[in-house]
Design a binder for this molecule. Structure first.
Ligand SMILES: *[C@@H]1O[C@H](CO)[C@@H](O)[C@H](O)[C@H]1NC(C)=O
Ligand SMILES: *[C@@H]1O[C@H](CO)[C@@H](O)[C@H](O)[C@H]1NC(C)=O
Ligand SMILES: *[C@@H]1O[C@H](CO)[C@@H](O)[C@H](O)[C@H]1NC(C)=O
Ligand SMILES: *[C@@H]1O[C@H](CO)[C@@H](O)[C@H](O)[C@H]1NC(C)=O
Ligand SMILES: *[C@@H]1O[C@H](CO)[C@@H](O)[C@H](O)[C@H]1NC(C)=O
Ligand SMILES: *[C@@H]1O[C@H](CO)[C@@H](O)[C@H](O)[C@H]1NC(C)=O
Ligand SMILES: *[C@@H]1O[C@H](CO)[C@@H](O)[C@H](O)[C@H]1NC(C)=O
Ligand SMILES: *[C@@H]1O[C@H](CO)[C@@H](O)[C@H](O)[C@H]1NC(C)=O
Ligand SMILES: *[C@@H]1O[C@H](CO)[C@@H](O)[C@H](O)[C@H]1NC(C)=O
Ligand SMILES: *[C@@H]1O[C@H](CO)[C@@H](O)[C@H](O)[C@H]1NC(C)=O
Ligand SMILES: *[C@@H]1O[C@H](CO)[C@@H](O)[C@H](O)[C@H]1NC(C)=O
Ligand SMILES: *[C@@H]1O[C@H](CO)[C@@H](O)[C@H](O)[C@H]1NC(C)=O
Length: 591
């Protein structure tokens, strides 16, 4: 703790030295070394992406308005970008870590992200956004705490526990990529991991011996905050804990109306905070389960994540069958009704002292309407691709934001259609022309047979409606105009639509995509370009000094000293830091 504080102070000092002064808000600093290592979460050795030799990576812990500095060292054999999913990157899509906005960090290079978690609270995560790398790990939690002056709408929990759940393949990410490139489907995952570990052996037939499983240790009679993230590839998961209620409290930056659930469906890319009261008899441990939804359960039994909740006074192992998933094979509206029941606590304060509901989204006039439709994969120019409104997005070699900055022409088109194209699908770099300070209504229509979750970077949006069938103007009559949840990732059920409202007040170029990694990889995304027509430097931060160049601007890129990457251990970077610390202390003393 003391070391952390010292490091914090030291870093503020360094930051000042470097002239990176961000309005006096405190800094938090992280050093990420991204590398491969071999792990066997499902009993089969495979190549996994670790951060600082950890899988999942460390949880980032910041407070509203903190400046976050993360020096990312790329020790992979591929280029890398880290995307801070749900972090709004106010006024700076330069830090968003996506190929449409930033040039990739080449192998053996490092790049320092610096951004402010302005006016945000809640539970998010980060992950590597290129080359299907998320399928190999590289992800971790990202917590933004309330400032002390703003109380959270529940008693301070006894502990804060991050849980990453997700489907998993024993094939490595390059092998998975090849399957997709060859126009094939990934097929059924090999399992579901919980915090990078395989299932507890609840059944000798289904789970082989010797699998390392996750144990969450708790004391009886307390309340814990569990932050659960689905970081998987494409499987919706039902999360539940045997004999325990999950009191939903927050999702992706908004405090919810607090309600108990025996289980909750968490779709790919979604994050939830639950308050877990350890009020059960500790005669045994309890199962924590994340199981696949909307699949043939007799075929998918293997694809179930099982961890253990262990009371400190526990007398024995968890026993019996796993707790039941929702019994709704014949009732498709169950999951959707559950999603609709997640509402905004309009009287709770979020990142600002005023109540969340003081932003009355329901009384703002919509300025732009987009109907975005996805379909099952199609073949375009001999390639299997996915589409949004008939367009399969092609990432430009020069990122859109960088092209704008240097007035490079012909990189993208600002012609993304307001309604789905009817002709044959095409591959394009087609971007939505966002209206700065506009209020955009987006209807996500899922014509595929699998649940899709959509995410927009740079913003939280209001989820105002969802239903089966085709959206029509009349559907607006069903919108929740009062306490629809503001979040960053929403599910869209197959054969159904979800409507979201977005207040376009954040200048930059922002990704709107499916979180389902295979669909995303094949082109189901676009970007929203939001430009302030007024010539001012106030609504967007300048391009950072360390911005990387690529594509048409490659010539501007200076070479980087990569000597750190060739050192055998991390010892060298520690030494470097020590030297820096001493140098900074000397400088400080000499002033
Ligand atoms: C990734 O998987 C492919 C196909 O199984 C294999 O040939 C390759 O060696 C693997 N790479 C690593 C680094 O494990
Ligand atoms: C995050 O940091 C705050 C302040 O330093 C600390 O009180 C809190 O326990 C930390 N949370 C986690 C989950 O580490
Ligand atoms: C790479 O890391 C070094 C040492 O931490 C740092 O001084 C440098 O600014 C980093 N480079 C970039 C481009 O972030
Ligand atoms: C374990 O799973 C198998 C296959 O689903 C099932 O037949 C068997 O009854 C289960 N065993 C126990 C002890 O539940
Ligand atoms: C949730 O369930 C717990 C028991 O696990 C109960 O004590 C609490 O009152 C319930 N809260 C709500 C809001 O229903
Ligand atoms: C807990 O369960 C054990 C075994 O079922 C039982 O003997 C004990 O009385 C229970 N304790 C409480 C406090 O319910
Ligand atoms: C699920 O799979 C089992 C085993 O292959 C099969 O017998 C059953 O018909 C399937 N159920 C459905 C609803 O498709
Ligand atoms: C909403 O937030 C307030 C704090 O402002 C809290 O007292 C209340 O319990 C919350 N309501 C529900 C239903 O969660
Ligand atoms: C919304 O539009 C209506 C009709 O055009 C207009 O009367 C109203 O003032 C507008 N509301 C806002 C908040 O701009
Ligand atoms: C983009 O929208 C702005 C208004 O927000 C408009 O002035 C401009 O012409 C549009 N650009 C294109 C290429 O449609
Ligand atoms: C897809 O769209 C077609 C045409 O509107 C419709 O007939 C079909 O039911 C839709 N399928 C799904 C899964 O939404
Ligand atoms: C914005 O900043 C740039 C670089 O600092 C400067 O050249 C330009 O004049 C500024 N523009 C305005 C409108 O202030």
């Amino acid at each position: 703790m003391a070391l952390g504080k010292f490091l914090g102070l030291f870093l503020i000092h360094i930051a000042l030295l470097l002239g990176l002064c961000f309005a006096g808000d405190p800094f938090v600093f992280y050093d990420f070394e991204v590398s491969y290592f071999t792990a066997s979460p499902l009993g089969v050795p495979q190549q996994v992406i670790a951060i600082n030799n950890k899988f999942p990576g460390p949880t980032l812990n910041a407070t509203t308005n903190n400046n976050v500095v993360v020096n990312v060292r790329n020790k992979l054999d591929e280029s890398l970008l880290i995307h801070w999913s749900g972090i709004q990157q106010r006024r700076s899509s330069w830090q968003d870590g996506l190929p449409g906005t930033n040039c990739p960090i080449p192998p053996k290079w490092n790049w320092t992200y610096q951004f402010q978690v302005k006016d945000q609270i809640g539970s998010f995560f980060y992950f590597p956004s290129l080359h299907f790398q998320r399928a190999a790990g590289g992800f971790g939690g990202f917590i933004i705490n309330n400032r002390d002056i703003i109380p959270i709408p529940f008693d301070t929990p006894e502990g804060d526990i991050t849980i990453m759940i997700g489907d998993w393949y024993t094939r490595n990410h390059t092998a998975l990529r090849k399957v997709l490139d060859a126009g094939k489907d990934l097929g059924m995952p090999d399992g579901v991991l919980i915090n990078g570990k395989g299932p507890y052996r609840y059944n000798d037939t289904l789970v082989p011996d010797g699998i390392d499983y996750e144990t969450i240790n708790v004391h009886p009679g307390r309340t814990y905050r569990l932050r659960v993230h689905n970081v998987g590839i494409s499987t919706s998961l039902n999360f539940r804990i045997q004999s325990h209620n999950l009191l939903l409290a927050e999702t992706e930056g908004s405090y919810t109306v607090q309600q108990n659930y025996t289980s909750l469906d968490i779709h790919v890319g979604q994050s939830y905070s639950f308050l877990l009261t350890t009020d059960q008899n500790a005669s045994t441990d309890y199962y924590i389960v994340a199981s696949a939804r909307f699949v043939n359960e007799s075929l998918w039994k293997r694809v179930t994540g099982v961890a253990i909740l262990r009371y400190s006074n526990s007398k024995g192992k968890a026993a019996g069958p796993l707790p039941d998933p929702p019994q709704d094979e014949y009732d498709k509206t169950f999951s959707m009704n559950q999603a609709r029941s997640i509402r905004w606590n309009v009287s709770a304060s979020g990142a600002r002292p005023n109540p969340q509901g003081s932003f009355r989204y329901g009384s703002i006039n919509v300025t732009d309407i987009y109907v975005l439709q996805n379909k099952p994969p199609v073949t375009i120019d001999g390639k299997r691709r996915t589409t949004l409104s008939g367009i399969s997005f092609v990432n430009p070699t020069t990122p859109v934001r960088l092209a704008d900055q240097f007035k490079v022409k012909g990189v993208y088109k600002l012609d993304f259609p307001k309604i789905p194209l009817t002709g044959s699908p095409k591959m394009e770099t087609s971007v939505i022309n966002g209206t700065y300070r506009g209020f955009m209504e987006v209807i996500l229509q899922n014509n595929d047979t699998k649940v899709q979750s959509y995410h927009m970077s740079g913003y939280a949006f209001f989820v105002v409606g969802m239903d089966y069938g085709e959206w029509s103007e009349n559907s607006r009559g069903t919108y929740n105009k009062w306490d629809g949840i503001a979040r960053t990732t929403t599910q869209v059920y197959p054969g159904a639509w979800t409507a979201i409202l977005i207040s376009l007040d954040n200048v930059g170029v922002w990704n709107l995509r499916t979180e389902n990694l295979d669909s995303w990889y094949l082109g189901q995304e676009t970007y929203v370009r939001v430009v302030n027509p007024e010539a001012t430097n106030k609504t967007e931060l300048p391009m950072p000094d360390n911005a990387l160049y690529c594509g048409a601007l490659s010539k501007l890129q200076k070479p980087q000293d990569i000597s750190w990457a060739t050192s055998i251990t991390g010892g060298r970077s520690k030494l470097f830091f020590t030297v820096l610390m001493i140098a900074s202390a000397l400088l400080f003393l000499s002033r």
